[in-house]
Write a protein of this length. Structure first.
Length: 197
């Protein structure tokens, strides 16, 4: 079993019974989506250590923040356990990090490129998921992720364009939905106001 598979198993074990914000979807679908997005960008174990670590961190990126896993379970994995654990720690938001926007800016500017890549995929997956239920939250969420896009130049050259294109595609889709909803609300307000006369 590869180290990526080992972290996937731990994610399935520790996220079991947890649900996404909608209260219906199993939580594990989120790390699955992040891994799928990375693979869609061409991240693959065959490319070597950086891609292996990115995929493993993608599976485990919420373990330290949202479960009771002992960090040593990740650290002891072979190979790269400590590097994977360190990547997960980098992506773990703590109250001591201050405002979420400061945390995102810190990850954007200081995370290793292989970890920054995971955070961008995570942000896009979260934003697109929010689009299903609340276009305003989705817009706010992807707007707050702009510092990540501004640092896409730190990624390996083979990934820069595809990641930037995907970010912009998601942004346009969210923005379009958001503007349509705003227009609909304005029209609804006008119609109800006219009906009150």
């Amino acid at each position: 079993m590869t180290v990526v598979d080992q972290v996937a198993e731990l994610a399935r074990k520790y996220h079991e019974g947890q649900l996404r914000d909608n209260g219906k979807t199993p939580y594990i679908t989120h790390p699955e989506a992040v891994v799928k997005r990375l693979r869609g960008w061409g991240v693959d174990e065959q490319n070597g250590e950086d891609d292996i670590i990115s995929l493993a961190v993608a599976w485990g990126h919420d373990l330290f923040e949202d479960t009771k896993i002992d960090e040593r379970e990740i650290e002891k994995l072979n190979p790269y356990g400590w590097k994977i654990a360190e990547g997960i720690r980098t992506l773990t938001f703590r109250a001591s990090d201050g405002a979420k926007q400061l945390y995102i800016a810190g990850v954007a500017q200081h995370a290793e490129p292989r970890i920054l890549l995971v955070k961008i995929a995570d942000r896009l997956c979260n934003a697109m998921e929010r689009l299903e239920t609340d276009d305003r939250k989705a817009m706010s969420y992807i707007d707050a992720g702009k510092p990540l896009l501004e640092n896409v130049g730190r990624l390996p050259e083979r990934l820069r364009q595809i990641v930037e294109d995907d970010f912009r595609k998601c942004y346009r889709e969210i923005e379009s939905t958001y503007k349509e909803q705003e227009l609909w609300e304005m029209m609804s307000d006008d119609i109800s106001w006219a009906g009150d006369e």
